[in-house]
Design a protein around this ligand. Structure first.
Ligand code: ADP
Length: 478
């Protein structure tokens, strides 16, 4: 079976968050089950620079949304890629969606409509001969692919729309509609129209044969007004086609026994070796070297991630005797609040503002625990990395966090199955209460290492989830 995966990010070529980790790792896991994946990606400079100069075009557009474009194919980092080379849309400095300084490109609707138009052309076999058995679109940037396929004359393959985060919907004013190249009837309630404008993700959810999201709990949550972000009505209408499939992690990239970013590699049998990583974290974050619990955060600094809740509780966390190392970037107000906390608690709280893949690995390998106070979390990956690295996750009980961490309540501790701590989302008191419970277990070395080892035994690989995707693909292709 052949899948065309359409995504705006794929690790290691371009990444702003968990989406890239998923689209980067899933192809290999599916390959092991006999399913081959081609990934269609925009031609960002970082991608094109790595393709051979003379890569032959599968197709050329004289004018794709305002400029010349080509579709090229190549293999990079073990990924089979189809790349939309459209310099007028993607040859820009900065990140995938903006200038890198926090502002999104104003023409993102055009960039990802063009990308989706080209993906639909590949998927339907209109260009090249790469028609897949299933087209798999990820998030709003790829969602319009399914709308184009739906309104095209050519027969199209069955489709899956995966929602990695319902908060990002690609909503634009109705004035862009005439430029999308969709027929007039598409601007309708059962088409791309969304609250009087155009909704890219909405259009994909409407057109897809199957909808998936990245954990069973989030699949239920998005059916409620609280988490549905305005789309709960539509999602409920399509509930029989909705599936929650947990993300796995790339266990090759994230392996404490071989990880090149660690000061010292380790396994569940050699947890003492984490000590060197712990010292490296202390030095990098300017923290006191002592035996108190060392907590970390690796996160986008946003409201979704509960970083305002964390910032408000820094004094309480320091007051419990714990130390905290924060790696994050995002909202400048939150950066400021966290840096101010670090200034108040020198040696106890350290903050590094920025995006640093290597340092994120070192934190997982050196900190005792990772705090994830998200208000909502479709799946979350950092708790899975934490489990694999003996960095005990302390998580808000929501979405994929609720599905992957077993709370250290009395029953779970005495049965030896606890892997972390859960607390009620959205509450600073609950977060501090969980850190307090953590400090209690941490003081009992035997109980603590037992919990670390239990977490390290958890299957966080793609194996089980890849089987679920294959079952879904097969049911659609049948
Ligand atoms: P989201 O995709 O919502 O940001 P996830 O937990 O699914 O959240 O994925 C986040 C990914 O981004 C993880 O791989 C995490 O390690 C990484 N990450 C987040 N912030 C940083 C940062 N400041 N530096 C390095 N990696 C980061």
């Amino acid at each position: 079976m052949k899948i065309l995966s359409v995504a705006s990010e794929v690790f290691p070529l371009i990444k702003t968050g968990g989406l890239a980790d998923v689209t980067g790792a899933l192809p290999e896991a599916l390959a092991a089950l006999g399913v081959s994946v081609r990934t269609m990606l925009p031609g960002y400079p970082s991608v094109l620079a790595r393709l051979p100069k003379k890569t032959k075009a599968l197709h050329s557009y004289a004018d794709l949304f305002g400029g010349k474009a080509r579709i090229v194919a190549g293999t990079l980092d073990g990924l089979d890629l189809i790349v939309l080379d459209a310099p007028h849309l993607f040859d820009r400095p900065g990140g995938a969606y903006g200038d890198g300084g926090g502002a999104d490109w104003p023409d993102n609707w055009r960039r990802f409509a063009a990308f989706s138009r080209a993906a639909a052309d590949v998927a339907s076999g209109a260009v090249g001969d790469l028609r897949p058995d299933i087209v798999h679109a990820h998030d709003w940037q790829a969602a319009l692919t399914l709308a184009y396929l739906r309104y095209d004359e050519r027969p199209s393959p069955p489709s899956v729309m995966t929602v990695h985060n319902l908060a990002f919907q690609g909503q634009f004013p109705a004035s862009i509609f005439p430029e999308l190249g969709l027929p007039p009837q598409a601007m309708a309630l059962d088409g791309v129209e969304y609250f009087g404008g155009v909704g890219f993700l909405k259009a994909g959810l409407q057109a897809a044969q199957a909808i998936t999201t990245v954990s069973p709990t989030y699949a239920q949550e998005i059916r409620t007004p609280e988490f549905g972000m305005g789309l709960d009505g539509l999602i409920n209408l399509r509930a029989e086609h909705l599936h929650g499939i947990l993300n796995g992690i790339d266990t090759g990239q994230w392996d404490p026994q071989t990880d090149p970013h660690l000061a010292e590699t380790f396994s569940a049998k050699s947890l003492k070796a984490r000590g060197k990583n712990r010292r490296a974290v202390e030095q990098r974050f300017g923290l006191d070297a002592d035996a108190s619990p060392l907590l970390c955060v690796v996160s986008r600094l946003t409201w979704q991630k509960g970083m305002d809740i964390l910032a408000a509780e820094l004094d309480a966390i320091a007051g419990l005797g714990a130390r905290l190392a924060v790696l994050g970037s995002g909202d400048q107000g939150l950066e400021g609040a966290l840096l101010a906390g670090a200034a108040r608690h020198r040696g106890r709280i350290g903050v590094v503002v920025g995006y640093d893949e290597g340092l994120s690995h070192l934190l997982q390998g050196g900190a005792d625990a990772i705090l994830i106070p998200s208000r909502f979390e479709p799946c979350g990956l950092t708790q899975l990395y934490g489990l694999r690295y003996g960095c005990v996750p302390v998580v808000a009980r929501t979405g994929g966090l609720a599905d992957t961490v077993i709370d250290a309540n009395h029953a779970a501790l005495s049965a030896g199955v606890a892997t972390g701590f859960q607390f009620a989302p959205g509450s600073g008191d609950a977060l501090v209460g969980a850190v307090q419970r953590l400090c209690g277990v941490f003081a009992d070395r035997g109980a603590w290492t037992a919990m670390q080892k239990q977490g390290m035994k958890a299957d966080v690989s793609w194996q089980a989830s890849a089987r679920d995707y294959v079952a879904l693909f097969r049911s659609l292709a049948a």
